[in-house]
Design a protein around this ligand. Structure first.
Ligand code: HEC
Length: 155
């Protein structure tokens, strides 16, 4: 009986440091250090970027229709990321292109490539052209692909 009493006392004593009041916790304001990082092992649900380097490009298919709407958004992105080398028409007739050792591809010639292959080249290019994995989301790369298709149709 005394033992139970002792255990009960120890239990209550042990609980003394458990404070359920959230006001007393250490808290930091926005942009105040230390910066709170994601818990170790957590899996991001949004903006997760897949590394496509070892993925077979032909197996990749757009998750939405690469129509006019996607191409319109792709046009803006193309003018930011691609136009300087691949040109307004996609034919790589730019001043910058002329100065490069390796001539940028004429994108209007890539009609035999699948959408997945163009998407893959943008995000995981194994050529001399840089990968745009850090700059673009999957959605944006598909939108640029849609615009490349429009450039091909316009030729
Ligand atoms: C700094 C110049 C530059 C920029 C900017 C650039 N490219 Fe390229 N691109 C190149 C060069 C150079 C090649 C040729 C690479 C080769 O032949 O190895 C190329 C090749 C390609 C190819 C064909 C790759 C192949 O191997 O078949 C595609 C598709 C392409 N670029 C799309 C794009 C798109 C879309 C963008 C914008 C997101 C872009 N590029 C931005 C220089 C550039």
């Amino acid at each position: 009986m005394r033992l139970w009493l002792l255990i009960a006392i120890l239990f209550v004593f042990g609980c003394e440091n458990i404070d359920g009041d959230l006001h007393d916790q250490v808290s930091f304001r926005v942009q105040e250090s230390p910066r709170r990082l994601n818990p170790v092992g957590s899996v991001p649900v949004y903006n997760r970027k897949i590394d496509y380097s070892n993925v077979d490009a032909v197996t990749l298919a757009p998750p939405f229709q690469l129509g006019t709407e996607a191409a319109d958004r792709g046009k803006k992105l193309y003018s930011i990321y691609c136009l300087v080398c691949h040109g307004k028409t996609g034919e790589a007739d730019t001043k910058v292109a002329g100065k490069l050792d390796v001539t940028p591809f004429d994108l209007t010639e890539l009609t035999d490539s699948t959408d997945g292959e163009i998407f893959w080249k943008i995000l995981a290019s194994d050529s001399i052209m840089t990968k745009y994995r850090n700059e673009l989301t999957d959605k944006e790369a598909w939108e640029i692909t849609a615009y490349v298709r429009k450039l091909q149709e316009a030729k």
